[in-house]
Design a binder for this molecule. Structure first.
Ligand code: ZN
Length: 247
């Protein structure tokens, strides 16, 4: 089975469309790790495209912030401003959809969460000690997580505990990362709509459960179109600007 893994779309429709135009041809099932909305100017379009995929999906903090399930004082001022705007724009169907998303999804091969297993919606899994704390709670071989917007792989065996940033892999190797039988993995596929690793291209991943291979993929998209939408919606200009730099 080939899984397409998307996360942190953040209302960026041009980025989501670019990713899906490729991934739809390649994968059998989609996994979505949350934050469909927030920051970007097309929350409803993004919700509708994601709903059409019928993905296995979990909630992100912005998804629940946009429907009043997480207080807005948990967000930075720009995120809060964008969430107030998003709350006003969401259709009732999309509000219901975002409200209904679960915190985690578990299967024998993989578990999905937005943040971490200690704090499913809000912890940023950045360090190997945090990864270790979450790995203790992991019942599957792989955890797919989002929230940091940085493609990352942590791997663990009996005697090896090591975080790996995707920048540790040479660019060509990122297209085919073998997953070992005796390791457990915590994998972040990066962000579709607001990358923060210095590469402004949209990011997503493909997991092939037969070959046990992971691919981290980047996609060019019309960034200026997403920026134009943000500015004309009256959202904070910084949210448009940062898309050019991928931070
Ligand atoms: Zn996010």
């Amino acid at each position: 089975m080939k899984y397409g893994i998307i996360s942190d779309i953040h209302g960026n429709l041009p980025a989501l469309e670019a990713v899906l135009s490729q991934l739809k041809k390649e994968v059998d099932v989609f996994l979505c790790l949350g934050d469909i909305v927030g920051y970007g100017a097309q929350p409803n379009d993004c919700c509708e495209l994601v709903r059409e995929l019928k993905p296995i999906i979990v909630a992100g903090n912005h998804d629940w912030g946009a429907v009043g399930k997480i207080p807005l004082d948990h967000f930075n001022p720009y995120a809060e401003e964008a969430l107030i705007w998003t709350q006003d724009k969401l259709t009732s169907e999309n509000r219901e959809f975002l409200s209904s998303l679960p915190k985690t999804h578990e299967s024998p091969i993989f578990t999905l969460v937005h943040g971490s297993l200690l704090n499913p919606l809000e912890e940023y899994l950045m360090s190997s000690s945090q990864a270790r704390d979450t790995a203790f709670l992991l019942t599957s071989k792989i955890l797919f997580f989002g929230h940091t917007h940085i493609p990352t792989i942590f791997f663990f065996s009996q005697d090896v505990e090591q975080p790996l940033w995707i920048s540790d892999f040479p660019p060509r190797a990122r297209n085919r990362i073998p997953l070992r039988d005796d390791f457990r993995y915590l994998i972040n596929p990066g962000s579709v709509g607001q990358p923060r690793d210095g590469d402004p291209r949209a990011c997503a991943a493909v997991f092939d459960s037969e070959k046990m291979e992971l691919m981290i993929l980047r996609y060019e998209y019309p960034i200026d179109e997403a920026q134009r939408r943000i500015l004309s919606a009256g959202l904070p200009p910084i949210l448009a600007k940062r898309l050019s730099f991928g931070w």
